[in-house]
Design a protein around this ligand. Sequence first.
Ligand code: MN
Length: 229
Amino acid sequence: MTDYAFPPPNQASIGIAGSTQRFPVHRIYCVGRNFAEHALEMGAEPSKGSPVFFMKPADAVIQHEAIPYPGCTEDLHHEVELVVALGPALPAQWNAGNALQTVFGYAVGLDLTRRDLQATAKEKRLPWDTAKGFDASAPISDIVPVQQAHIDADTLLSLHVNGSQRQQACLGDMIFSITEILLALSELYVLQPGDLVFMGTPSGVAALNKGDRFHATLQGVAELRGTII
Ligand code: MN
């Protein structure tokens, strides 16, 4: 037993649909600008160059119904996203033939964003961390194991707020596929079991305010409901 000076923090984890086991979260990778219309609404040119990545801390995941409105912002934005969860069998050499075999399951999540801080950071060419990687910035559904999660190019990713549709797109609209994103990440990092990848959001990002109720769906696979408090 390691003799820690004080107890180490709890392992961040999320539920697994249809199981009493929990999925231990290692890291949260996020893809920026993976839908052309969202890139355009953010003032960027959609391109198939290199994907944009940033990270959230593992303990940013939250599965409570009540999601706290964060401090230091007056413009909290929703970004509904497909989340890819990596399982225990990761290859030594990643390639297009084995990348998808590493996927443990899929979930739907929100990449909550302090848009005002992000805008300031972009303007000053500073990092996005405080805009993206704050506490409770990653509400997420239970992970649905791949055996029960059938997704394809026509699968719809949607977000309703207070009953009105805010965002919707099909997965086929993603600029970079799951395989392409995993291969790009595997060159930048040593991917580990328990890694989550937020795959980027469609257009329609907008503000969430206290009292707003959201309902995110990955068609036929997963859903996530919550209230901003
Ligand atoms: Mn995002």
